[in-house]
Ligand binder design. Structure first.
Ligand code: THU
Length: 163
């Protein structure tokens, strides 16, 4: 018999960085600085990411586009793959994401694409501890989630690869 089911997710919304912990506030502001290295001549849309690891190290990422459009990569995955390759045993505690475009004013937090969420889910599983994500809009609010399940409740997990 068909059953209707619900998944409820929760998130925090802040109206200003002043309401955040000093670590989260710093991470949000660092994500804005990370936009400086965005290479986005095709979309004109700059995305910056700052990730804090359990060692206290902060790793940055920005979107890197390519003339062969699908060869480019989102800022989130640039940062996460840099961590996976350079700091494979350091756990990801929190990541902040912000975006900007010359074409219009962004007034709401820009949330990550599904492929980036899937990669976040993978690293969360790998490290066995939750990742906090902050979507920061300098001209608007901040969304904060605890754990990727709130962002991607139906994430694919490698258990599906096993019999
Ligand atoms: N982009 C990101 O960096 N992160 C996302 O989660 C979504 C989109 C980038 C990809 C592309 O360079 C530009 O934003 C426009 O899609």
């Amino acid at each position: 018999m068909m059953q209707k089911k619900n998944i409820s997710i929760s998130f925090e919304e802040y109206s200003s960085v002043d309401e955040l912990s000093s670590t989260d506030r710093n991470l949000c502001l660092e994500s804005v600085n990370a936009m400086a290295s965005s290479y986005s001549p095709y979309s004109g849309f700059r995305v910056g990411v700052a990730v804090i690891l359990s060692s206290g190290k902060i790793v940055y990422g920005s979107n890197q586009e390519n003339g062969a459009y699908p060869s480019g990569l989102c800022a989130e995955r640039v940062a996460l793959f840099a961590i996976g390759s350079s700091y494979p045993n350091d756990k990801i505690v929190s990541m902040a994401i912000s975006a900007q475009t010359d074409h219009f004013e962004i007034k709401e937090p820009v949330t990550s694409c599904g492929a980036c969420l899937q990669v976040m889910a993978e690293y969360e599983k790998k490290q066995s501890s939750l990742i906090n994500v902050l979507f920061y809009c300098p001209n608007g609010s901040i969304i904060r989630t605890v754990g990727i399940k709130s962002l991607l409740p139906f994430a694919f997990t490698e258990t599906r690869l096993q019999k």
